[in-house]
Design a protein around this ligand. Structure first.
Ligand SMILES: [Zn+2]
Length: 497
């Protein structure tokens, strides 16, 4: 009997494949879009910070690799809404934590960085390049580093050259954030398994456009972005990206850039040819990159909106777009609506912690005198005083407090924390039906997908602020010149950086 058991045991063990060692991938990231025109720093407390197993539990891209032979070693993933330059203290703390994670990780086969690409930190010329080079010193030159990015990243040659693989979102407004991260991971795994030595062709295109002119769902960008997956499929190539960049960042590296990743240096020339062809197409299309919704100065925008009566019109207060890093406390549009006697509008919302506190203390039904705005953005925002009745004060799903104040026909949402209304639920949780009003003012540039879906009409008001759409009016000092359209007469031939 024992003899037979032994035979069976031997048969079972001989049928079993030896366990393949797991591919061990270290992951971390510091994601931020830094608007250098904002005078306030983004501090550590502004960041959502995921550590250790929380990364695996909460990051959707990580779920995709659960139950596979890929072992993900999480460090820190820190993310904050776009705002001013990141404080030196916050940047160094996050960087050091990720590097320490790498030091303690044991054997690593690859590194996946989850970045935005437009991070700028106080005291650094190029904080992202510095971060990767410090990380490189720990993991060594043979461990591949792959990064996923938002296409609004401003990518320098220095930074790109320290990465082995990169890929960026291919949609704006973004609907492919998770799949981009999965792609960056899969490209990395593919390169590790096949022992590729990837190289990246990187080419800056001297074009500066506000994100609102960089919509990928309409032409000309739609067709140009559709070329990316086709290029990535070519023999010897791995991926292709176009970064629209973040124009509200006065840095030498700010511009559109193109990258094509080759499996190894023998395919670099092919990657360069493809990158050059994309770059030339973008340059040639420069005058077609335009706003896709009607744009107008604020007075005209309100007039145009009223002409649509009784249909609802969304007006984007685009200069004070917090999703582009602006302060969210410029009260100009509210002032204009009151001045013009508009009798059915919502202003969602204006950031003013003091005003929210006043409303909370006064309580629902109380008449309050408020002076709002101009407390964060002191350059473009002038404080504005008005009288209104507190309708309600609500704790929201963003963990902030919103006060709704009725001033004549205008419902003003005051927020204790700077943010934009991007989704339908942002209105619903305050008991507001946006389509029940004639004008809905949001501090956005383009409407985010959910709002875009329901908005009968949308007008982008070219309002002043640190996310000014009229970029020619911003005080650029450091940007690489010449750049179109600041230097409208310039000519350009593609050159690799
Ligand atoms: Zn973006």
């Amino acid at each position: 009997m024992i003899y037979w058991l032994l035979i069976v045991a031997m048969l079972v063990s001989s049928c079993k494949e030896p366990d393949e060692p797991a591919i061990r991938i270290l992951t971390g990231g510091i994601r931020h879009e830094s608007n250098t025109f904002v005078s306030v720093l983004t501090q550590e407390g502004d960041f959502t910070q995921l550590r250790g197993s929380d990364v695996l539990k909460q990051a959707q891209w990580a779920e995709h690799f659960a139950g596979t032979n890929i072992e993900i070693i999480p460090t820190l993933h820190a993310y904050a809404r776009p705002y001013g330059v990141v404080s030196r203290e916050a940047f160094e703390k996050f960087m050091n934590e990720i590097i320490e994670g790498a030091e303690n990780a044991g054997r690593i086969d690859g590194v996946f960085l989850d970045m935005h690409g437009a991070l700028h930190a106080e005291g650094y010329d190029d904080a992202q390049a510095y971060f990767v080079s410090a990380l490189r010193q720990v993991v060594g030159d043979d461990v591949l580093i792959s990064g996923s990015f938002d296409l609004h990243g401003n990518m320098s040659k220095d930074f790109v050259s320290r990465l082995d693989i990169l890929t960026a979102y291919r949609t704006a407004p973004h609907i492919d954030a998770v799949e981009t991260r999965i792609r960056a991971m899969e490209l990395l795994i593919d390169a590790i398994k096949n022992d590729y030595k990837p190289v990246i062709a990187h080419i800056p295109v001297p074009l500066l456009i506000p994100g609102e002119k960089g919509i990928t769902f309409t032409e000309p960008l739609k067709s140009i972005y559709e070329r990316l997956p086709v290029i990535a499929e070519k023999e010897g190539l791995m991926d292709a990206s176009i970064f629209i960049g973040c124009a509200w960042s006065d840095l030498y590296r700010t511009s559109i850039t193109v990258q094509v990743v080759a499996k190894d240096s023998s395919y670099l020339e092919l990657a360069e040819n493809e990158a050059e062809s994309l770059a030339v197409t973008l340059w040639d299309a420069r005058d077609e990159l335009d706003f896709e919704v009607p744009v107008a100065e604020i007075d005209d925008a309100i007039k145009m909106a009223l002409d649509h009566y009784p249909e609802t019109v969304y007006i984007s207060d685009s200069g004070d777009n917090t999703t582009a890093g602006a302060a969210g406390d410029v009260p100009l549009v509210l002032e204009k609506l009151i001045e013009k006697g508009v009798d059915d509008a919502i202003v969602a919302g204006i950031t003013d912690r003091d005003a929210v506190r006043t409303c909370k203390a006064a309580g629902a039904g109380a008449v309050v005198q408020l002076t709002v705005g101009g407390k964060i953005d002191k350059v473009f925002g002038q404080p504005f005083s008005f009288e209104g009745t507190v309708k309600k004060v609500v704790r929201t799903s963003y963990n902030d407090t919103a006060a709704i104040v009725q001033a004549g026909g205008i419902s003003v949402v005051l927020l204790s924390q700077r943010r934009s209304f991007t989704m339908i639920n942002d209105f619903e949780e305050l008991g507001i039906d946006p389509l029940g009003h004639q004008i809905v003012v949001v501090k956005l540039g383009y409407l985010f997908p959910e709002l875009r879906e329901i908005a009968p009409h949308a007008i982008m008001a070219l309002t002043p602020g640190t996310a000014y759409q009229v970029i020619e009016n911003l005080p650029y000092l450091n940007i690489r010149r010449p750049v179109y359209p600041l230097d409208p007469e310039m000519t350009w031939q593609p050159q690799f950086d």
